[in-house]
Design a protein around this ligand. Structure first.
Ligand SMILES: Cc1cc2nc3c(=O)[nH]c(=O)nc-3n(C[C@H](O)[C@H](O)[C@H](O)COP(=O)(O)O)c2cc1C
Ligand code: SF4
Ligand code: SF4
Length: 294
């Protein structure tokens, strides 16, 4: 297919999905496809530009995050414009994640989009169970390779649609937990006395959910548990008041991993790095990338 321009539209909490968007941008630019990026943040632009929409989101509770659903409600109907849907997760294409794109695809089709390709991309997990450093680096290496493959296949006109497991469709519907849980989680965020009132969290919350008034943090009702404020606060001054189990005690900082990756020369085999049963989706992803010994 001959695309001249693509609109990369994405929501990201901790930067993983933004990096996947970077990889798409580089791959399109190499093929002289011009790219416009739209980050869904606060009151996001609901215009869609170009010949192709690429919609990217992190998987939250086996589904797309609420900001994606809100954005989809606002966009104008079209007549058969092609779209690609990319979900980004820490678990990969395993149950119950397999239905995480279904609601988004349904919404897009209702608006008249032709969803020509869907794909799960893996990024280091920021939720409950983190990856060790070498696995983070392996996944960060594999992702541009996988994205390149998606772009090549798509531009050659290959259609790629998947069939989720029936049980996962139910899980993805039941698990709209950040819609309800987010408000509760956000309301219970606490700021400790390490805070230096730098204002970073207020500026960078993707939901504009934090206000600092007279040095006091006020958390609104729009939190989606993206964890950006907790992992990103330079003083580590924001702590969850509820749901502590969701936050990695070691923190989450992809830039740090990227800086250290340059010095990593030896990688374990995929089977060694993904020995735990919970990592079988990550294992399949790394095998697909063909970047490392199995
Ligand atoms: C609230 C929340 C729920 C999540 N739920 C899932 C999930 O159901 N399945 C999964 O594989 N990963 C899940 N994750 C992990 C993220 O999808 C993954 O780390 C992703 O790379 C985050 O993207 P981001 O850095 O762009 O925010 C969840 C993360 C958060 C914060
Ligand atoms: S980012 Fe951290 S240090 Fe800065 S204002 Fe927010 S809580 Fe305080
Ligand atoms: S309050 Fe924190 S966790 Fe909630 S949406 Fe904003 S940055 Fe994300």
């Amino acid at each position: 297919m001959d695309f001249k321009s693509a609109n990369l539209v994405y929501f990201t909490g901790t930067g993983g999905t933004a990096r996947v968007a970077d990889a798409f941008e580089r791959s399109f630019m190499k093929r002289s496809v011009s790219v416009l990026r739209t980050e869904i943040k606060g009151v996001a632009d609901s215009m869609v530009f170009g010949d192709l929409l690429v919609l990217l989101f992190p998987v939250y509770a086996f589904n797309a995050p609420k900001p994606i659903e809100e954005w989809l409600k606002k966009i104008q109907p079209v007549n058969g414009r092609p779209a690609v849907v990319v979900s980004v997760s820490g678990g990969g294409e395993i149950s119950p994640n397999t239905a995480c794109r279904s609601a988004t695809i349904r919404h897009l089709e209702k608006k008249g989009y032709d969803v020509i390709y869907e794909k799960m991309v893996v990024m280091p997990s920021n939720f409950m169970i983190g990856f060790d450093e070498s696995l983070c680096a392996m996944v960060l290496h594999a992702t541009p390779v996988i994205v390149e493959k998606v772009v090549v296949e798509m531009m050659e006109g290959e259609r790629h649609r998947t069939e989720p497991y029936g049980i996962d469709r139910i899980a993805s519907k039941l698990a709209y937990f950040e819609v309800f849980g987010g408000r509760f989680f956000g309301r219970h965020l606490k700021v400790n006395d390490k805070c230096v009132n730098c204002g970073w969290c207020e500026k960078l919350c993707p939901r504009d959910n934090i206000r600092i008034i007279d040095g006091k943090h006020i958390f609104g009702n729009d939190c989606v548990i993206c964890l950006r404020c907790i992992y990103g606060c330079p003083q580590k001054a924001i702590e969850p008041g509820v749901g502590k189990f969701m936050v990695l005690p070691e923190g989450y900082n992809l830039s740090k991993v990227e800086n250290r990756m340059d010095h990593l020369t030896v990688y374990p085999r995929i089977s060694q790095a993904t020995g735990h049963a919970s990592l079988r989706g990550v294992r399949a992803y790394l095998i697909e990338s063909n970047c490392f010994e199995v």
